[in-house]
Write a new protein. Sequence first.
Length: 443
Amino acid sequence: MENDLELFRSLDKAEEARKPNQSIAVILGKDVQSGEDVLCFVPLDATEFAVEWPILLMMPPPKGVPLTGVVMHAAADLTEYDRPEAVVHHWNNPDFSYLGTTDKVRPPTFPADTLGSMWNEWCEAHAESRNVPLDFVAAPLLAGVGGLIGNRLRANPKYGWNEVTAVWVCSIGNVSSGKSPGQDPIGNLLTKLEVAEAVANQPKVDDYNTKLQISRIALKAWAKDVAEAIENDIPLPDKPAAANEPERPISTRIITSNATVEAVSQILKYQPNGMLLHRDELSGWLNEMNKFSNGGDREFWLEAFGGRRYTIDRVKFNGAPQAIPLLTMSVLGTIQPEKLEALIDKSPDDGLVERFLWCWPEYNGNFSLESVPIDETGPLETLRRIFKIEMDMARDFSLQPQPVHLSPEAREIFQAFGRFNKGRVPMHSGKYAGALGKATGYA
């Protein structure tokens, strides 16, 4: 943690000294498989700082910003490499991978060790069992847990800033690359929780159905008495309590695959915690929202990332507005690279695609039938404890998320990262700048 803190301090200091027309090419090391140089383009005018986490800095050089030719050594989880006099991929020897003429740029591996030993081992075990990249298991875990937390908790970095736990993750890969199998582990755990909740709620449902039948019989008898009273011109009888329809018990939902506004709003109207939308293929859903006729749906899902009150007025609700106290939805799904490219081109700059954490790992060509049983006890119990967290009751009796405050050390690290990330946004434009802008909130 101390190394992290020193890194952000160094970046913060270096950012203050940056000149707008300079960029530094940092050699991180040699890729252990291909032997190629791995570069990091840093928009800083700095000559000394140690990069402990190069993943934070991996980016192409900003548009219109030439490289100075300065090359620095940096520590990384690669073979150590030091060539301060060398300039790799300068303008006379460009990196054509950015133009798509070679294989795509090698992505960094998901740092599953930051999830803690239990979840790290769980991700590795499921990735090995399904012969898929670790990233396809770990990234969906973030969306699944985000959907489970929902409105139960909110990060509170400072007064007036409450960051909602809405996590949108999309796994990118070609057909049969392991996208869907990688999302099954967290999906299966959440489904187990939801089924257990439904089973526990079943006695209440049975009692409701019995009382409902009684109320219908009582209502029918009362209606007959009212008709007779009108016919005989006598006072109308009072409606008996037994004729009132009983309150329907609500089973807490955790996950849904129905993306229609009508279906989701009906669930969230009675469930303040929020939930996870899990669709195996997201391209159809996203393309549908690109149509002008579905502007209302797009607005709904844009708001679902913010966790605020939302009211729906639609003819389908018979003119009665549907109020959702805290509209919060996490999203999980998959998409193919070609479909994603077309989707991003068509999507307006309103922040919808920028809300996603896109996961496109290196293809995993491994195939093995060797496997060992995976212990789900710890992960399932952890998720169950999150599920049991109750929201706070406000003075007006409304339910509100519990605030989670940062420790002094976390505040210092987060502030330094926020400043560094804010400094990158003006150097880019369009959807990439929008994605960078949301990175601070995600962190």
